[in-house]
Design a protein around this ligand. Structure first.
Ligand code: PLP
Length: 443
């Protein structure tokens, strides 16, 4: 005889599952639970092995609903009659052994399981089985509009790169690709330059900007939300895919016969003046540097502090020099020379989208302290991106690959290293394709 007081509440993790649940049965149980929000029968569980023999589909449904507990009726094996469809009698231990040797779950359809007792009725609210964590909007990631999505999403993640860390060394990557508009660090400056101009009543209806893609996408996305038009000047050396993304966003794109974005500035300035458009100019606009000081650098500091880490090395790419200059001002201010800051630039005559050589002219980097500049070739940057993708599963962009390669060049054996990865690899399919063609068919 089974007594109802043998009903217990058990943690889902303590229950053993040897039966596969048919998806249709799971869906039905899930729908019933969601509708009634109550359980009217306990799961039937063998008291010696904790194998669930009855209500397996309810257990799976509870799991899908993120319940942590379930009411279970503990029974002995002598209270169960189990047979195959062929009529062959079995014990639960036989089934457990079959499950073990097959190394896969058994189909419930192949067996008949009868109980030598009546299953008692219960009335347990589903909510009692789930942890009552009422999450707020912020942690549930609900946003009122696209611009809130951008700003309230900060900080971007900081992730430890386990495969490049060792006993004495921890390597962290700050993933700027988690910015939602251009999927790059440039969302931050697109937002800050536009907000700054708006607050001064200087935004206007037309924005002109020289960009290697990311700033263009960020500006156009925000301009679309605010009902402004954008004309972008992109060097001919930049991947063709950018034109497609920008067409989707409805920016006007002019390909300019220069290899570096910064070389187009004076022309963009003149055209903006002629057409009464606003040239925000990421290369000179202090809203660029300031957004990294107020957000990028501070959030990185808070993230590191949350895990008790003091950075020894921070490595970042040099484009306008906005983000690494702000990071340098912040962290040198806090730790002095206890933290070494390195900038990464393309080697002579190399084009790596998003970064350029310091002598091509940068504003903020000359106002802060840098411990070194590391030259990286395009192939090294691509190889860096490939290594990170294959070791860490992160498909990073080419300037991020260059940052990673610079870390490999420095190769500090001890200490905490932070790498700032400006974007992901998806925009650079053309460069990856070209690289694979070259190495697979060398001249
Ligand atoms: N990497 C990528 C992909 C970029 O788009 C940029 C900026 O254009 C950078 C790196 C450099 O960032 P910053 O302009 O803050 O120096």
């Amino acid at each position: 005889m089974v007594h109802p007081n043998e009903i217990k509440v058990a943690g889902l993790a303590s229950l053993r599952r040897i039966f596969e649940v048919d998806l249709a049965l799971l869906m039905e149980a899930y729908g019933r639970l969601l509708k009634n929000r109550r359980l009217d029968k306990p799961l039937i569980v063998d008291r010696d092995t904790w194998v669930v023999v009855g209500g397996v589909e309810v257990l799976e449904a509870l799991d899908q609903l993120s319940a942590h507990k379930a009411p279970v009726l503990l029974v002995g094996q002598d209270q169960l009659v189990i047979e195959r469809l062929s009529g062959e009698k079995l014990t639960l231990n036989d089934l457990i052994e079959e499950h073990r040797t097959k190394r896969s779950r058994l189909s419930l359809r192949d067996f008949r399981i009868e109980y030598l007792f009546d299953v008692p009725s219960i009335d347990v609210p589903l909510d009692d089985l789930c942890e009552s964590t009422r999450l707020d909007r912020r942690s549930l990631r609900v946003y009122d509009d696209t611009l809130s999505l951008l700003v309230e999403n900060w900080p971007t993640p900081l992730v430890k790169l386990k495969s490049f860390s060792s006993d004495g060394r921890s390597v962290y990557a700050k993933l700027e690709s988690f910015n939602p508009l251009s999927n790059s660090v440039k969302d931050r400056i697109g937002w800050s330059m536009i907000m700054d101009a708006l607050s001064r009543g200087a935004l206007g209806d037309f924005l002109y900007e020289a960009t290697s893609t990311n700033t263009g996408i960020a500006l156009t996305s925000i301009a679309n939300v605010l009902g402004r038009r954008v004309k972008l000047f992109i060097p001919k050396t930049i991947q063709k895919a950018s034109d497609i993304f920008l067409k989707v966003l409805d920016a006007e794109v002019i390909r300019v016969p220069v290899s570096l974005t910064v070389e187009a500035i004076s022309e963009v300035d003149a055209l903006a003046r002629r057409d009464c458009a606003v040239h925000l100019n990421q290369f000179e606009n202090d809203a660029n540097f300031k957004v990294h000081l107020k957000y990028t650098a501070r959030e990185l500091d808070q993230q590191l502090e949350s895990v008790g880490v003091k950075p020894d090395y921070i490595i970042g790419g040099l484009g306008t020099s906005g983000h690494i200059s702000a990071i340098s001002l912040y962290f040198k201010g806090k730790y002095g020379d206890g933290v070494k800051i390195f900038g990464v630039q393309p080697a002579q005559n190399q084009v790596i989208p998003g970064i350029r050589r310091i002598e091509s002219g940068m504003k903020w980097i000359h106002m802060v302290k840098l411990d070194g500049i590391i030259d990286i070739t395009l192939d090294e940057a691509i190889e860096g991106a490939i290594e990170v993708a294959r070791r860490e599963g992160l498909l990073i962009g080419l300037s991020a690959g260059a940052v990673f390669k610079a870390f490999k060049r420095l190769s500090p054996e001890k200490g905490n290293v932070v790498l700032v990865f400006p974007d992901s690899g998806y925009k650079y399919a053309e460069q990856f394709e070209d690289y694979f063609k070259r190495i697979e068919r060398p001249e």
